[in-house]
Design a protein around this ligand. Structure first.
Ligand code: 13P
Ligand code: ZN
Length: 266
C-alpha cells in the first residue's frame, strides 16, 4: 500500500513547497541549508495510519509525547529549491513508534530525514507535553541575522532586540516576544536542542549563533513571516551602516507606544 494524499495533506505539502521556494529566493538556503518538520497527524487519514515502514530509525532519546504522531520532514542533504518543486521527493512522511523510541518513514520515496531531527522532535515533544499548539519547526540560514550573531556587542538578547525592534515599527508588532540567542553548538546534536529549549519559553524564534535561525509555530507561513520581518530590520541596520551612518532607531517610548494601538500581548 502506498501513502494516499487527501486534500488536507496536499494543502499542507503545497504550503511547504511555497515557503521552501521563498527560503531559496531570499538567499537563506544555500545548497542543503535549512529544514522543516510539521506535525501532520490531523491530515493523515485512517487509510495511512498502518502503512508499512520503508525505513526505521532510532530516536536519540525517548519521545513518548510524540508516540503515534505523523510528520512531514525535509530530507537531509536536500535542497530547498528542490523541496519547492516536489516536497515528497525531498522529504518524507514519518510516523513515531508507539513507544517513542524510533520512527518509520512511510512515504514511498523513502527520503532520509534531516540531520536536525533530534532538535526538531525534542522541541516539538516538549511543546506537546506543555499543551502548546506549536506543531512545526523551521530552520534556515538568513545571512543578515547570522551576521548579527557574529557581532560581540549584540551577543545580548536585550541589546539585539532593542536594535531590531528599533529599525521598524512592524518588527515589534509582528515579533513582540523578540528573538532569543543560543550560543554556538554543533549542528544536529541533542546539545543544541537542549540549549534551544529554555530560550523558546520566552521567544518563538532564536538565532543559533553563527549558524542560522530556528523558529516554531502553528502555521508555516506565519512562522516564515517572523524570520522575514526580523531580517528586514537587520537589513535596515546593515544598509545604514554600509552608508556610513549609525541608524537612530525608534525610541523606547515609540516602541512602547505600539502596545496599546496594536493590542500587543507581552
Ligand atoms: P540537513 O540537510 O541535514 O537538513 O541539514 C541542513 C542544515 O541546515 C543543518 O544545520
Ligand atoms: Zn543549518
Amino acid at each position: 500500500m502506498k501513502l494516499s494524499i487527501n486534500n488536507k495533506l496536499q494543502a499542507q505539502l503545497d504550503e511547504v513547497a511555497e515557503i521552501a521556494g521563498y527560503l531559496w529566493e531570499k538567499g537563506w538556503a544555500e545548497r542543503n541549508a535549512g529544514n522543516i518538520s510539521i506535525n501532520v497527524s490531523e491530515f493523515i487519514g485512517d487509510e495511512n495510519r498502518n502503512l508499512s515502514a520503508q525505513s526505521k530509525y532510532p530516536l536519540p532519546r525517548n519521545m513518548k509525547e510524540l508516540a503515534g504522531d505523523f510528520f512531514f520532514v525535509t530530507g537531509t542533504g536536500k535542497r530547498m529549491r528542490d523541496v519547492a518543486k516536489c516536497p515528497l521527493s525531498n522529504g518524507s512522511i514519518v510516523r513515531v513508534s508507539q513507544d517513542g523510541d524510533s520512527y518509520d518513514v512511510i512515504s514511498e520515496e523513502n527520503v532520509k530525514p534531516t540531520s536536525e531531527l533530534a532538535s526538531h522532535f525534542s522541541i516539538l515533544a516538549s511543546f506537546k507535553k506543555k499543551g502548546s499548539n506549536n506543531r512545526l519547526v523551521l530552520h534556515t540560514h538568513p545571512t543578515d541575522l547570522i551576521a548579527m550573531s557574529h557581532i560581540p556587542e549584540l551577543k545580548n538578547e536585550k541589546a539585539l532586540n532593542e536594535l531590531l525592534w528599533g529599525m521598524h515599527p512592524e518588527t515589534f508588532i509582528v515579533v513582540p516576544r523578540g528573538i532569543g540567542l543560543v550560543p554556538y553548538e554543533v549542528p544536529g546534536t541533542l546539545a543544541i536542542a537542549d540549549l534551544t529549549l529554555p530560550t523558546l519559553d520566552r521567544h518563538d524564534i532564536v538565532i543559533w549563533e553563527k549558524h542560522g535561525v530556528f523558529a516554531v509555530g502553528e502555521n508555516l507561513t506565519d512562522t516564515f513571516d517572523l524570520i522575514d520581518t526580523l531580517s528586514k530590520s537587520a537589513q535596515i541596520y546593515a544598509f545604514a551602516r554600509t552608508c556610513g551612518y549609525t541608524p537612530e532607531g525608534l525610541t523606547k517610548e515609540q516602541i512602547q507606544g505600539l502596545i496599546e494601538p496594536f493590542g500587543i500581548k507581552l
